[in-house]
Write a protein that binds this ligand. Structure first.
Ligand code: PBG
Length: 345
C-alpha cells in the first residue's frame, strides 16, 4: 500500500472484470460531469511553488531572453510580485539571485555576506506579503566566478569545505526570515550539517526541502542564463556532484540519506523527463515530495506555443497534472502565476 492513501491503478487491477460489451470504458467519459466525477487527480493553487529571479539593480523587470515571459525583478518589484502571488493563494515563492559579476569570487564570499541580495529579497517578500512562504537555495553557483555550486581546488569540488559554507549561507538566509532552506548543491552530508547549523543558531523551526535527486541535466540551461552562471560555468560540467541521468536506484539512496539527515521535504529535478523517479520516490518513502519543472522544460513549451505549434492553454495544465499523477505533492514551476490565475477562474 503506498503512503499517499490511494491504491495505484497498476496494483488495483484485481477486481474481476467482464469484457466488452458489458464493460464499456467510454461510458463514464461521455459527459463532462461524469468525467469530473471519476477524475483521479486534481491540480490546485496549493500545489504551486513559484521560482523567481531577483537582481541587484533598480530596473523593476528585466526579461530573461531564454525564458520568454519571465523576468528578473528588482528587490522592490519582487515585493509587489510576491503580493500578487500571495493574493492568488500561491503558498511559497523560491528566490534565485542574479549576482553582479564584480561581487563574485572563487569562494562565493557574497553568499555569506550580511544583507546580500538574497537577504534583501527575503525581507522585501516578507514585508509586502507576510503570509507567503519564502524558500532559498543553498548553493554557491550564483556567487562563484567559476559557476560551480561548491569550492574548487585544483579543478575538483571540495565536498566538506563546501558544506561548511552552505551552513553559513543557510543560517544567514534564516536570519533574514527565510522559511525553507533548499540545498540544491548535491554535496554529501549537507542536509545533516545544515539542520545542525540551523538548530544551533535557534532556527529549529526553519524547514528543509532538499534537492534530493538532482540530475546533471542539460535542461537547466535557461536558468543559468537567468542567474548569470552560464557564462561563468562555460562548458564545465556538474557531473561530479549532480546525478547521472542513467540512474534510478541511486536516486532512492540519495533520498533515503536526505530524509535520515533531517529533510522535511524532498525534490526530484528536472521534472517531466524524470517522472519515473518521482513515482518511485513517492512510493518508497511517502514523504512530502516535489517536482521541479525546470527552466528548459518551461522554455520548450513556451517556444513551441509562441510559434503556434502547441496550445499553451492545454499543455501548461497537462504538463503540471503529469506531476500530480506521478505522485508529486507540489511543483516548482515558472507557470505558477499563470496557472494560479486559471485555477482561480
Ligand atoms: C543551482 C540551481 C540550478 C537550478 C536550481 N538551482 C542550476 C544548476 O544546478 O545548475 C535549476 C533550475 C532550473 O533550471 O529551472 N544549484
Amino acid at each position: 500500500m503506498p503512503f499517499n492513501g490511494r491504491p495505484r491503478a497498476t496494483k488495483g487491477l484485481v477486481a474481476p472484470q467482464s469484457g466488452y460489451p458489458t464493460t464499456r470504458m467510454r461510458r463514464v467519459r461521455s459527459e463532462d460531469w461524469s468525467r469530473r466525477l471519476v477524475r483521479e487527480n486534481q491540480l490546485s493553487v496549493d500545489d504551486l511553488i513559484w521560482p523567481v529571479f531577483v537582481h541587484g539593480g533598480t530596473e523593476p523587470r528585466i526579461p530573461v531572453e531564454t525564458m520568454p515571459g519571465t523576468v528578473r525583478y528588482s528587490v522592490d518589484a519582487l515585493g509587489e510580485a510576491a503580493k500578487e502571488a500571495a493574493d492568488l493563494g500561491i503558498p511559497v515563492i523560491a528566490v534565485f539571485p542574479q549576482v553582479d559579476a564584480e561581487l563574485k569570487d572563487g569562494i562565493g564570499t557574497y553568499a555569506v555576506t550580511d544583507n546580500n541580495i538574497v537577504c534583501q529579497a527575503v525581507q522585501a517578500v516578507k514585508s509586502e506579503a507576510p503570509g507567503i512562504g519564502v524558500m532559498c537555495d543553498a548553493a554557491l553557483d550564483p556567487f562563484t566566478d567559476h559557476g560551480h555550486d561548491g569550492l574548487l581546488e585544483n579543478g575538483a569540488i571540495q565536498n566538506d569545505a563546501t558544506v561548511e559554507v552552505l551552513v553559513q549561507q543557510a543560517v544567514l538566509q534564516a536570519k533574514a526570515g527565510c522559511d525553507v532552506i533548499s540545498p540544491s548543491d548535491m554535496m554529501d552530508g549537507r542536509v545533516g550539517a545544515i539542520r545542525a547549523g540551523l538548530d544551533a543558531a535557534g532556527f529549529e523551526h526553519v524547514m528543509i526541502m532538499s534537492y534530493a535527486a538532482k540530475y546533471a541535466s542539460g535542461f537547466y540551461g535557461p536558468f543559468r542564463d537567468a542567474v548569470g552562471s552560464a557564462s561563468t560555468l562555460g562548458t564545465a560540467s556538474k557531473s561530479t556532484y549532480q546525478m547521472d541521468p542513467a540512474n534510478t536506484d541511486e536516486a532512492i539512496r540519495e533520498v533515503a540519506l536526505d530524509i535520515a539527515e533531517g529533510a522535511d521535504m524532498v525534490m526530484v529535478k528536472p521534472g517531466m523527463p524524470y517522472l519515473d523517479i518521482l513515482r518511485r520516490v513517492k512510493d518508497a518513502f511517502g514523504v512530502p515530495t516535489f517536482a521541479y519543472q525546470v527552466s528548459g522544460e518551461y522554455a520548450m513549451l513556451k517556444a513551441a506555443a509562441d510559434n503556434g505549434w502547441l496550445d499553451m492553454d492545454r499543455v501548461m495544465p497537462e504538463s503540471l497534472m503529469a506531476f500530480k499523477r506521478a505522485g508529486a505533492d507540489g511543483i516548482l514551476t515558472y507557470f505558477a502565476i499563470e496557472m494560479a490565475k486559471r485555477l482561480r477562474g
